[in-house]
Design a protein around this ligand. Structure first.
Ligand code: SER
Length: 583
């Protein structure tokens, strides 16, 4: 079964079971500055898992585009991907363990036709925080899982949380037996010999963890995630995702073009090409910081491997075209953004080619001096990065080819210091969700706070920000609202903002505990995600918001506020595009 058919079956199945299909959120989260990329289907749903009402109801399903880069070094083996698609279904305080398990079992065995003998499941073994999950185990037995196919594991295996803090809970995982011989007498799903492959994870999310420990959430949720590429691979009886239709046209073309054979390089190219194309389609651009830096690393690592296979780099646009053709049905955004994808990739390639020549010379010089230790110290790796644009993994790969090692730990420390130095310029900016920090973007940022406050007065106090995006020449602001704004409402909003600008209100900043901030009525999108001490920006007495800044000092710096467009963003969410005009 092809990946696209699996996706279709999944969404239809859950729709049949009362779920509303919601669109995939972009890979670059609009509302959540606490993470680089969308890494799981639940991520855009956090506010709803915490109890906020979702406009589409309590049963949701989607396919979610995800990028995880902690495994970037592993890509090239036979299973790691930086980009992948996660199919998911959610109960937001609706059904719980039993129904979730019954649906998963039915989907796997009936819709995908997986023989029950091939399925094993794991459930939470219990500890001082949460009891042994007999409810899940019973539900599996009732659904039809075979005797001896249920395993109990502790928090390491059967507990899900994204990072250190947040919504979490015990999970139950489903495993597919590939039919490979067991590696030992006690080979189990937890074993990574390759016999068992995890295919689906249902999290019973009823806790919230913070530094004080676990507390119960308002509601019992279910959050599930099924990796599409892996499922396609298994159902097609393939050894790796690279052997499925998702990658095979690119792999085949690489085989045609290459002058040197290297399967690992082909996989790295195929994988990084897809993930960088997906990132660019969702607005990603290469740079030296944050998200842009990850994208730069992906593209540069791919180019290194094209060089390794001695493929003419002018073939890059052909490879992009092949991927667009192959994937456009699944991801129409690739075709829509084809021009910008090609332009961005080629520009980055040209930049890298230039630095590569210089960097390789520098690299050779450096290693000639290090013949004794055969280890390249962190400062050399950093210089290659900082001056010659060599991502550390490129240096590492080059080093390994020459029989050297690199001191990555030292590099990481230097890199961190470097990032801290440019903190005001990068991290801070990133925290505030601003792509670029200029006089214009700062003014727009303050204007979003005024708009947020004005909407509350005109639409109602329940109108909250759902996202925003700022460039040097406009702002975009999403908020919940169940109707199209009338001309009268738009005018009122515009007039209010302009009135506040005319009043020359001071913008002030205060640090306080999160608790005090909430008590004081400060506006905030994701209260759970903020640290204990937060910054609150006030504009006169009209607006008060938790925010990383920066802002103008006085509203008189803003100019005239004008709404250019008001449109639907998604169900129950409206979008305003506005500009500031300096007369
Ligand atoms: N959040 C869980 C995961 O990422 C299930 O969706 O695996």
């Amino acid at each position: 079964m092809k990946a696209i058919e699996i996706r279709k079956k999944y969404l239809e199945f859950f729709q049949k079971h009362g779920h509303v299909v919601i669109p995939s959120a972009p890979l670059i989260p609009e509302n959540d500055p606490s993470v680089l990329f969308t890494t799981a289907g639940m991520q855009p749903l956090v506010p709803y898992l915490l109890g906020e009402k979702h406009p589409e109801g309590k049963r949701l399903t989607d396919y979610q585009k995800c990028v995880r880069t902690n495994d970037i070094e592993e890509v090239g083996d036979n299973r790691h991907l930086t980009y992948f698609e996660m199919l998911g279904n959610w109960s937001l305080g609706d059904y719980f363990k039993e129904e979730s398990i019954a649906m998963s079992f039915e989907f796997l065995t009936k819709e995908l036709g997986i023989p029950v003998e091939k399925l094993s499941v794991t459930v939470f073994a219990g500890d001082e925080d949460c009891p042994r999950d007999e409810v899940a185990a019973e539900a599996w037995k009732k659904a039809g899982i075979l005797d001896g196919h249920i395993y109990y594991y502790g928090k390491d295996d059967n507990w899900w949380i994204a990072g250190e803090e947040g919504p979490c809970g015990p999970d139950t995982e489903m495993f597919y037996d590939t039919g490979k011989p067991a590696c030992s007498a006690d080979c189990q799903p937890s074993c990574d010999c390759g016999k068992y492959v995890e295919i689906w994870n249902n999290v019973f999310m009823e806790y919230f963890k913070d530094k004080d420990g676990y507390r119960k959430l308002k509601q019992q949720n279910v959050d599930t995630g099924l990796g599409l590429e892996r499922m396609a691979m298994l159902l097609q009886g393939k050894e790796t995702p690279f052997d499925t239709e998702l990658f095979s046209p690119i792999i085949k073309k690489l085989e045609e073009l290459q002058k040197v054979d290297n399967i690992e390089s082909r996989r790295i190219i195929a994988e990084h090409l897809r993930s960088s194309m997906m990132l660019i389609a969702d607005g990603g651009r290469p740079s030296n910081i944050d998200r842009g830096y990850i994208l730069r690393r992906l593209i540069r690592r791919m180019i290194r491997h094209l060089n390794k296979l001695q493929i003419d780099l002018n073939e890059l646009s052909t490879l992009i075209e092949i991927n667009v053709e192959n994937l456009k049905e699944m991801y129409p955004e690739l075709e829509k953004n084809k021009e910008i994808i090609i332009a961005t990739m080629l520009e980055e390639k040209d930049k890298f080619v230039k630095t590569l020549a210089n960097g390789e010379k520098e690299f050779q010089k450096a290693i000639n001096k290090l013949q004794e230790t055969k280890t390249i110290p962190g400062d050399v790796v950093f210089k290659l990065y900082d001056t010659y644009g060599f991502p550390p993994e490129v240096t590492k790969e080059l080093a390994e080819e020459n029989g050297y090692e690199i001191n990555l730990k030292e590099f990481d420390e230097l890199f961190k210091k470097h990032q801290e130095k440019s903190r005001a310029g990068s991290e801070q900016k990133f925290k505030g969700g601003l792509a670029e920090q200029t006089e214009e973007t700062i003014a727009y940022h303050t204007a979003t706070h005024l708009l947020n406050a004005a909407l509350k007065q005109v639409i109602g106090k329940d109108a909250h920000q759902r996202g925003s995006n700022i460039t040097v020449d406009r702002m975009r602001f999403d908020f919940n609202c169940d109707h199209k704004l009338t001309d009268e409402e738009k005018k009122q909003v515009e007039d209010l903002v302009n009135q506040w600008i005319a009043e020359e209100l001071p913008v002030t900043k205060q640090e306080m505990s999160k608790e005090d901030a909430i008590k004081s009525g400060a506006e905030c999108m994701f209260i759970e995600k903020y640290p204990d001490i937060v910054t609150v920006y006030s504009i006169g007495t009209v607006s008060k918001e938790l925010c990383g800044g920066p802002h103008v000092n006085n509203t008189k710096e803003l100019g005239r506020f004008k709404i250019k467009k008001e449109e639907s963003s998604s169900s129950g969410v409206r979008r305003i595009k506005a500009v500031l005009i300096k007369d």
